[in-house]
Design a protein around this ligand. Sequence first.
Ligand code: HDE
Length: 755
Amino acid sequence: DDHPVKAAAEKLKEAVTGGQTPEDGVPGKPGPESPTFAEPTEVREPLPPKADQSGPRPVSPTGARSRDGRAAAAQQGERLTTAQGDRLYDTDHSLKAGPRGPVLLQDHHLREKITHFDHERIPERVVHARGAAAHGVFKGYGRAAGVTKAAFLGKGVETDVFVRFSTVLGSRGSADTVRDTRGFATKFYTAEGTFDLVGNNIPVFFIQDAIKFPDIIHAGKPHPDREIPQAQSAHDTFWDFVTLHTEATHHTLWNMSDRGIPRSYRMMEGFGVHTFRLENAAGETTLVKFHWKPKLGVHSLVWEEAQIAGGVDPDFHRRDLADAIEAGAYPEWELGIQTFPDTPEQTFEGIDLLDSTKIVPEELAPVQPIGLLTLDRNPSNYFAETEQVAFHLGHLVPGIDVTDDPLFQGRLFSYLDTQISRLGGPNFGQLPINRPHAPVNDMLRDGMHQTAVHRGVAPYHPNSLDAGCPFMAGADTGADIEVPVELPASRKVREAPASYDDHFSQARLFWLSMSPPEREHIVHAYSFELGKCYEQAIKERGLQSLANIDTELCAQVAAALGLPAPEPTEPLRDEQPSPALSQLGRIWPLDGRIIGIVTDGSADADGVRTVRRHLLDAGMVPLVIAPAGGKLEAGGEPITVQRTFATARSIEFDALLVVGVPAAGTDALPARDAKAKTSASTLDPRLRLLLDEAFRHGKAIGGWAGADQVLDAAGLPAGAPGVVVADSGAAVLDEMKELLGAHRVWERFPARLNG
Ligand code: HDE
């Protein structure tokens, strides 16, 4: 009993449990029946459930939908054990020859614990390393039956899905809000086998042939000598590549637009990019492009917000997605298709459907909704699910087939290949997140990390020993049969078709479709990114690409760089703008928008409570911001403080409400400007910053009960666009809702570019 390790364990037990242990217990993880976790501090209140969301959906036979996270799991019993299930009495002290003596090699627990830890990391994805994911359900509308026999698109058919969003260039630990393309990869666990739609939030790609993919990625990733910059396109090698391979101009312009800095993963469109071929039950084919349309609308950050978030909340998008789902504000997207006749030319209105640097404007081919995606469950383990999920464009179901787009074809090779090194062998399909929800009966055997115990002796076909199994399916029993398309008689060549030489017309189309504030943002983005390049020749080539998009765009960026604007080398045609490409000029739903309410509880506490309730009922998320944490005891129900002046930063909020004249926090630093301090002696400098940034970023700002004094002290111009002061919270709210529908107060952005 006087063994020193045992004595230490006893002491620890005492410390952890205060002596209240089960009779035979040692300190450790509480058993499932005896949860002792502390209540989390309330940061967000769950939204009221929507009428059609009646709680958790049932668990599938594979267990993959289990909500307690224990399906694939892992831990059983109450006691800490080794990997072999041997119970442990101590995990904090190595086995030593005496308390001050050397550690003994025979300590298996020590070696097992450290060895396992040493191997905890796997290689991150070579692109799209930084991601966040969620589970959900896809419900078919049945409207695609005319063009595809894919069963999961049938009316009312529900299919489990897992969606992973990502940035492209950054490492796994990089910031979420960098300027980049976003991945939008969806795994549909259909009854006919898994279908992966591995798309992006930008409908075009940098290159037309997969053979250039290593080159563009080498150019975009950090420089090989110093390994900087991280998760950025604002550096010489990226711009060197995209100005030498001018087919990248269109995608680059999207990146430089607001699309490169989304407000939220929940507020992005998604695109399959390539043209796919669908086949219906009668064997007729149609070419299509897939689109995801977010129910919350398409919104972006402004550049300064994106940069602030990179520092104050690098997990901005990851947190936003997880918080929303946890609060019951399930994000939704409609899946839609643009359809084109499957003609031998594979063009539509002169647009080459096999060229992934081109879109087909929605005004020419409307996006037809065919189903609804709802994300309603967060992963329970990041590594097991978000990190280990493996997507592949070749995961297709009957009714959906590939086309000859050389980018598509190269991807069909790449994804399987990369999983083998990333996930350590060919059996990654057996990982819980990758397991199909359809029965699997393959003849793949053995290999690293084989976890199946296959029966039988004849994993070959045909055989006469295992009763001839498995049998082959025919089209009538759901076999996935390639569409037998005609191939043009041709020669082997390393060449692209002539239509692939048009690198600028659609970039011009995109530019001409932008509103003045969106154009302004694009000018700023190019000025910043090219301005960060060191090589004069690269800046000049960048301007040459811009000259071929638009004279005004080129002139503005040239002025910012202090360089002459070159003449276009390609004709600038009158492209027909596509209004669907602009994020402005529409009224978007308010669901999920985050409203900060700044108060110290001393003014109109009832009004605060009522406004919070109204916001929640309207599907928005109110967050109370006060000088310090805790609860505001102000007559009636106490008001929980969710952010303090120390933790609130403007980027988190879509709009701010100020109630009364909140006192300064006791932890406030002195104001920098003594004069300003006198004129607003009660204004905490952090509140001033909050309001100042919210104003600069085009956010609606409102207030009542004396808030005009605060806004005055913060130097916000009286009567400025999007600043609403009224007598009561209710009156302010009405006007705020209207402003929020437009997403931002666009009038605040100086619009020099009106053409
Ligand atoms: Fe990818 N891409 N890609 N890509 N891609 C990968 O596969 C590749 C392309 C996309 O959340 C890798 O599993 C090539 C277009 C997403 O796990 C890799 C080419 C589009 C994801 C790969 C492309 C995408 C990837 C790295 C040129 C939009 C993340 C890790 C032909 C339609 C999926 C992995 C996730 C990931 C190769 C171009 C989307 C290396 C060769 C175009 C969303 O296999």
